[in-house]
Each structure stands twice: as structure tokens, then as C-alpha cells.
Design a protein around this ligand. Structure first.
Ligand SMILES: Nc1ncnc2c1ncn2[C@@H]1O[C@H](COP(=O)(O)OP(=O)(O)O)[C@@H](O)[C@H]1O
Ligand SMILES: [Mg+2]
Length: 361
């Protein structure tokens, strides 16, 4: 972004010569627009520009989650406090030679990539640690829970044998209390079972699979709930075979589709959509997207939603396990599960699975 046409062209040439792809803009407003369209790895920013100057551009950039983190190199004639207030990743003083700038840009891009990589790895390790913790917890809960379930069921039976005409009222009351306790214990048992299945998803055999089958089965299961809220559209290009496990895949699809349904309130099916897209990704593997036009996910929660027990839903509607289980299942197939979301507009969950040929045999 540079309003001086000579400088802009010179910079473009130097960068292209060094293997960069360049999109230019003569002012901050146009630059912002192009950024939304092209999602560059780095922005080279002049400060004094018409329409939106460098400072105004930075304010606007930071307000848009999709481009807020893109690193910025400022080229400026001064390093006054005002220039520094633009808060860039790097400043290059005018005048400069092209080599210096190209070098500086490469450095900023590399540092940014390292940081993003580190954040991804840290997040994956945190999820793995939380998963191990949850699995241990489930195991510890399960043993005593077994006694609770058995003894409560036993107590129910005994109550029937000691009932007489006189104590019938009290016995019925105690039975109803016992039933409630049993229901609660059974719900706990459902949760511990879910955690166990998530901590060892790779115990189930991995085989070559055409994903269309489990995907369509999951769609059939939610079709009824979808009807009241959204149109369900599918775009199935092709399904490259992948190595996976049918039960695990079905569980993932069901979790993602259920979340999509729950993100859309009932009553406006005409204005809402759940879209399922299947095709080949750039690596030749399978890409499946499940997108909804629902409430979306606030930016600061977008990483946390994969943690076990993280839920924003009222008690009884969500366990907070769906996404952490799904994440761990897809990882056990060597794939990835990621999210992009526009708060207020909707979310897209993307599953990627490597092509069969790239699997170690
Ligand atoms: N499609 C979606 N749209 C909006 N929010 C979502 C979506 N999918 C997941 N979430 C958020 O992620 C949280 C965790 O999801 P999940 O692990 O499936 O647990 P649960 O659905 O039981 O709450 C949800 O509580 C919700 O806040
Ligand atoms: Mg869920």
C-alpha cells in the first residue's frame, strides 16, 4: 500500500523478482478491500496515504478477525512516536534499498509462520493432555459408579418386596427418589463411556473407506431436526478413498451436524442453510465441509471449543465432548479438523483426510 506510483512500482518489481506474489493498492481503503479478497502473508504499509492513512488502516484491520493477525511492515520517512504508534511488526526507514526491504519482509513472514506453528502445536498438545486427564478421570469414576448403579437397582427391587398396604405411600416416594438417582447415575455413565471412546478411538480397526456411506447415514439421522430450522444442501464432487473407521467417521459427522442444527434457532428454515460439501483437497485427500448459517462462534472461543467439556449450551443440551471427541478421532486417522466462523453469520467445520496412497503401509 503506497500512494507514490513510482515507489509502488519499484517495490512491486523488486518483490516479484524475489519470488513474491504482489497485490498493490494506492490507498488504505483499496488496500483493505484487496486484503479481504487476497489474504496476503504480509502487508507493506505506507503511512501517509489518501482515503485511509496507515493509522486508520491499522484500526480497521484489527477489527476484522480474518485479517487482524496479518503482519505489517511499515515504510516511513520518520520514526517519530506518531509513526511508532501504528504498532507494526517492523519499520523500514525511507529511503531504503530494495534488498533491505525484501530481506526484512522475508524475516517478518518467517517469524509469523513460526509463531502460528508454535501456537498450533501447543494447542494440539494441550488437547492431548486434557484428553489423557479426562480419560483417567472417567476410569476413576467408572468403578464406583458401577456399584452405585447395581446397588440402586437392587434397592428398587427390595422396595417392592417390603411394600404393604400401610406403607405403600412412603415406599412409592422412596422408589421415585431412587429412580431419579438411577437416572442421574446412568447419565454419568453415558458421559464416562463417551470419554473412553474418545481416549482410545484408534482401538477400532482402520480400513479403506468410501466416506459417502457414513456421511449420508449421519445426514439421514439429523434430517428431521434440520427441517424446522434450515435447508440442507449437499455438494458431493467425489470421495477419494481414505483409511479410517466407519463408526468413528459416523460419530464425527453426527457431532458436527448436531452442532450445526443447534446453532440455528427453529422457525426460519427458508432463511437458513446447512451445507455439506465433499471433494478433493490440494493434497489429493478428502475434504469435507459442514457449514451452517447459525449463530457463529466468538473469535476468542474458536480454539477453546475443541477442549473436552467446553460447552456454551445449557445443562442437558451439551456435554462439551462432541468436538474434542471428533478432533481426536480425525487425528487418529491422520487427518485434521478445523473451524472458521463469522460470529453472527455462521460456522464452517472442515475435515481433511490424507489420500490412501500417502499412508504408511
Ligand atoms: N456449528 C456451530 N455453531 C456455533 N457454535 C458451535 C458450533 N459447533 C460447536 N460450537 C460451540 O462449541 C461448543 C462445543 O461443542 P461440542 O464439543 O460439540 O459440545 P456441545 O455441543 O455439547 O456443547 C458448543 O457448546 C458451541 O459453543
Ligand atoms: Mg455438540
Amino acid at each position: 500500500m503506497e500512494d507514490d506510483i513510482d515507489l509502488r512500482q519499484a517495490l512491486e518489481e523488486a518483490l516479484v523478482e524475489n519470488g513474491h506474489e504482489v497485490v498493490t493498492a494506492s490507498d488504505g481503503a483499496l488496500g483493505l478491500e484487496k486484503m479481504r479478497r487476497f489474504h496476503p502473508d504480509v502487508v507493506v504499509l505506507d503511512l501517509m496515504m489518501p482515503k485511509l492513512d496507515g493509522w486508520q488502516f491499522r484500526v480497521a484491520q484489527r477489527q476484522e478477525p480474518a485479517i487482524a493477525d496479518t503482519p505489517v511492515v511499515v515504510i516511513s520517512a520518520s520514526d517519530t512516536p506518531a509513526a511508532l504508534a501504528v504498532n507494526a511488526d517492523l519499520y523500514v526507514r525511507k529511503p531504503f534499498d530494495a534488498d533491505t526491504l525484501v530481506h526484512a519482509i522475508d524475516g517478518v513472514v518467517n517469524a509469523h509462520e513460526r509463531k502460528a506453528n508454535f501456537a498450533r502445536v501447543a494447542q494440539t498438545e494441550r488437547l492431548a493432555a486434557l484428553g489423557t486427564l479426562a480419560a483417567g478421570l472417567a476410569h476413576e469414576i467408572n468403578n464406583p459408579l458401577t456399584y452405585v448403579l447395581i446397588e440402586l437397582a437392587h434397592a428398587m427391587k427390595l422396595l417392592d418386596t417390603i411394600a404393604t398396604d400401610e406403607n405403600r405411600g412412603v415406599i412409592d416416594q422412596v422408589k421415585s427418589l431412587t429412580r431419579t438417582a438411577l437416572d442421574g447415575a446412568e447419565r454419568i455413565s453415558g458421559v464416562t463411556r463417551a470419554i473412553r471412546s474418545f481416549s482410545r478411538p484408534d482401538d477400532r480397526g482402520l480400513v479403506p473407506i468410501d466416506v459417502r456411506g457414513p456421511l449420508e447415514a449421519a445426514i439421514r439421522l439429523v434430517a428431521h431436526d434440520v427441517k424446522l430450522r434450515a435447508k440442507l444442501t449437499t455438494h458431493f464432487e467425489t470421495f477419494p478413498m481414505v483409511i479410517a473407521n466407519e463408526g468413528g467417521l459416523g460419530q464425527v459427522f453426527l457431532n458436527l451436524l448436531t452442532n450445526a442444527v443447534q446453532a440455528i434457532p427453529e422457525g426460519n428454515p427458508e432463511d437458513n442453510e446447512i451445507r455439506v460439501v465433499a471433494g478433493v483437497d490440494s493434497a489429493g485427500g478428502l475434504s469435507i465441509e459442514i457449514a451452517d448459517s447459525g449463530e457463529g462462534i466468538p473469535v476468542h472461543l474458536q480454539q477453546r471449543i475443541f477442549e473436552p467439556f467446553f460447552s456454551t449450551k445449557p445443562v442437558g443440551h451439551g456435554t462439551g465432548l462432541g468436538l474434542s471427541i471428533s478432533h481426536s478421532i480425525i487425528r487418529s486417522f491422520g487427518g485434521s479438523l478445523t473451524v472458521t466462523s463469522d460470529p453472527g453469520r455462521g460456522s464452517t467445520f472442515r475435515i481433511r483426510l490424507p489420500p490412501i496412497s500417502s499412508q504408511p503401509s
